[in-house]
Design a protein around this ligand. Structure first.
Ligand code: ADP
Ligand code: SF4
Ligand code: MG
Length: 348
């Protein structure tokens, strides 16, 4: 992993405006899907973006890949501001940043063969001219599929195999950054680990940077270098993996961690403490004042309703972890407090 910044996102906002009838009047309102988030990804680094359904993860993914345009904020890729580039100016970005989608069923055109699905991006970007078929076979091999199946249709493959095709399609254009939006959520548990292992192998072999989106912290634990935890359009805690997993400070991160189906919990080693998160995520049309998590937070006080807690450096950032220098750790709670051992750890 280098320390060259690949992607820098600053104060990213995406509101979806709509009109609704209130009494006899038509009023303007908006869904505040992403509400001022900042993060960065270094070359070859993996950032996990985690939070419950509806917190703005897919919207963030679509903004960074520029499939959508932000309401405000800035997206800089390799030093170039891509925030408002038009489709005609996005050619390089369409190659450098690729997306793997959640649903391997709907993301592949059922009327096209695998060969044609994988040849299209090569042709669009003029890659491997004259040896496209050979390259498609190499890609199939790379993702663990039989290259002889090049003329088959998506319906002839299982869910896990289709997700492998989606991965091959993303890799076809040799991207620098891959955004994987819950790439294993739609798959059987038994298949999830296989696809995760494939992604980890490809990432290491090809030196790719990743943004890995997930709705629980268990999935990204062994995959990410850094993790950003989102709640209702905001980042509430963000830092190096060890800080997030070993000494989380934000109550929401703590609740997610204690709910994560960690592999060690499955092996029968329970976490020392369990926190049960109650209630639903409030509407992003009219989020709670102050701290957005306060309606579900067991520590909420008056200040939490009146003042929004900013995302600031953890007060424990200076403390080394296990003798090693501490890395990035930001959190947004008025009353942060470390709770270790929320995830079971099997002794070495
Ligand atoms: N095109 C859209 N128009 C209106 N609301 C949207 C649109 N896309 C997403 N939203 C809303 O924005 C919020 C965040 O959605 P999303 O980014 O898909 O969350 P996640 O991926 O974390 O589940 C949700 O409340 C969702 O309903
Ligand atoms: S700011 Fe208050 S409501 Fe928000 S997480 Fe911290 S204690 Fe809970
Ligand atoms: Mg989503």
């Amino acid at each position: 992993m280098s320390d060259k910044t690949l992607l820098e996102v600053t104060d990213l906002v995406r509101y979806f405006p709509f009109r609704e009838i209130q009494g006899l009047r038509m009023v303007k309102a908006s869904v505040r899907a992403v509400d001022g988030i900042s993060f960065s990804v270094q070359e070859g680094q993996t950032l996990g973006l985690v939070g419950e359904s509806g917190c703005g993860k897919s919207t963030t993914s679509r903004l960074v890949t520029r499939l959508d345009t932000p309401t405000s904020g800035k997206i800089v890729f390799e030093g170039r501001d891509i925030t408002t580039l038009k489709e005609s100016q996005l050619r390089d970005i369409r190659r450098d940043i690729q997306m793997i989608f959640q649903d391997p069923y709907s993301s592949l055109n059922p009327r096209h063969t695998i060969g044609s699905i994988l040849t299209t991006p090569l042709k669009v970007h003029g890659l491997h001219k004259g040896r496209e078929k050979q390259r498609v076979k190499e890609l199939l091999e790379l993702v663990g599929l039989n290259p002889e199946h090049i003329n088959r249709y998506p319906s002839e493959f299982s869910g896990g195999q289709r997700q492998r095709i989606g991965i091959a399609r993303a890799l076809a254009v040799e991207p620098k950054l891959i955004i994987a939006d819950e790439p294993v959520s739609a798959l059987d548990v038994s298949i999830q680990a296989q696809v995760m292992n494939l992604l980890a192998k490809l990432r290491d072999e090809l030196g790719l940077a990743f943004i890995f989106v997930a709705h629980d912290l268990g999935v990204v634990r062994h995959f990410c270098d850094q993790v950003a935890v989102m709640y209702l359009g905001k980042i509430v805690e963000y830092g190096d993996k060890r800080n997030i997993y070993e000494r989380p400070e934000h109550p929401y991160t703590q609740a997610l961690l204690s709910a994560a189906p960690d592999i060690n919990v499955a092996r029968g080693v329970p976490p020392r403490e369990r926190i049960r998160l109650v209630g639903d995520v409030p509407s992003p049309i009219d989020p709670p004042s102050g701290c957005r998590f306060r309606t579900r937070c067991w520590k909420a006080q008056e200040l939490c309703a009146t003042e929004e807690p900013p995302l600031v450096e953890s007060t424990n950032a200076h403390l080394p972890i296990q003798g090693r220098e501490n890395g990035l750790h930001l959190q947004a709670c008025h009353f942060p407090e470390i709770k270790p051992a929320l995830v079971a750890e099997v002794p070495a």
